[in-house]
Write a protein that binds this ligand. Structure first.
Ligand code: SF4
Ligand code: SF4
Length: 321
């Protein structure tokens, strides 16, 4: 479909307005093309070093990950979207801690619903095809978010939106519509290395890559086997995921809480303590987490994590006697 330059400029602005009205906090455009050679090489090296650990999916579909045009025939643009999830209320400090992204409703559901509405808007306004991806396709979301000008990838491997921090979910709408690409964000972490120092598991080397074999977020959520023996000590009180490399980041010091009720924690979630997790039945787990990202770890995974924390505390106590 032929679209005039004036109409393209209008539709580019309209899509961003529509994204904002759907609750997205940032929206930018990147040209759909192969990732640059440096990014491609770094990713291959990360895989070759085995740093993807238990995330076997990371090594699949490398050709698609290198070139998002393989995800949608005729794709011209990647519309990158970010949505704030910083919870307005937090768990009590003594409770087993969940990563903030998992406090509310499963982001896959929340973002997908809204991205589909955006895709419908694009289709109806232009006749162009769209494909929505929210962790559902081999797409390098952070790389494309940087290309689309949303922010930069920090040494903690998170996308950082300047002035707004990193507590954002990312989604991508690939489209055959040609939109004017935004300017990539060229900021960097400069002299800071706070996240490398704060990581309780030594998973960050400072080059922006994470060693998933040590990262507590990967181990407590993705690993289907027993945790390594050192993990309980490193976990402290983290029962699901880890935010240490985000909480310490100076860019997050002014992160505003989300207005989106979908990402607000329920009272029931905030009341969850160690004993409740220890005694939890499959039915209770399902009631509490069936629409939460936490369902990925399953009840036995959550209780495995808690057992590792308990065991590390017992060992500590023994040493203190
Ligand atoms: S999530 Fe936790 S363990 Fe993983 S890199 Fe960040 S601080 Fe380290
Ligand atoms: S803590 Fe410092 S080094 Fe780490 S991501 Fe934030 S700014 Fe970058």
């Amino acid at each position: 479909m032929e679209i005039s330059h004036a109409h393209t400029a209008n539709i580019a602005a309209d899509i961003k307005t529509q994204a904002a009205s759907l609750g997205f906090d940032a929206c930018g455009y990147a040209r759909a093309q192969a990732v640059d050679e440096r990014a491609r090489r770094c990713y291959r090296q990360w895989l070759d070093d085995g740093r993807h650990g238990c995330m076997a999916w990371a090594s699949r579909h490398a050709d698609v990950r290198d070139d998002p045009r393989r995800l949608l025939d005729g794709a011209h643009t990647i519309v990158m979207l970010a949505m704030n999830y910083r919870p307005p209320r937090l768990q009590a400090a003594g409770a087993p801690q969940f990563a903030w992204y998992a406090y509310g409703r499963d982001y896959h559901e929340v973002l997908r619903e809204r991205m589909r509405q955006l895709a419908t808007f694009i289709r109806e306004s232009t006749g162009c095809e769209c494909r929505c991806c929210v962790d559902t396709a081999p797409l390098r979301e952070r790389y494309w978010a940087q290309q689309a000008g949303l922010g930069f990838i920090g040494r903690n491997n998170q996308l950082i939106l300047p002035g707004r921090g990193s507590y954002f979910f990312l989604g991508a709408v690939l489209t055959t519509l040609e939109l004017p690409p935004d300017t990539p964000c060229l900021l960097t972490c400069e002299g800071c290395g706070a996240c490398v120092a704060a990581c309780p598991a030594g998973a960050l080397s400072g080059d922006g890559a994470v060693d998933a074999r040590r990262c507590l977020s990967c181990l407590t959520i993705e690993l289907r086997e027993p945790l390594p023996s050192w993990a309980g000590q490193a976990m402290g009180n983290r029962v699901y995921g880890c935010d240490a490399c985000q909480h310490c980041c100076p860019h997050n010091s002014l992160a505003a809480p989300t207005d989106l009720a979908d990402f607000h924690p329920t009272e029931q979630f905030l009341r969850l303590d160690a004993e409740a997790i220890r005694q939890m039945t499959p039915g209770e787990f399902s009631l509490l987490f069936s629409h939460s990202a936490v369902k990925r770890v399953k009840l036995n995974g959550l209780q495995r994590n808690l057992a590792a924390i308990d065991e590390a505390k017992l060992t500590d106590n023994d040493h203190n006697i």
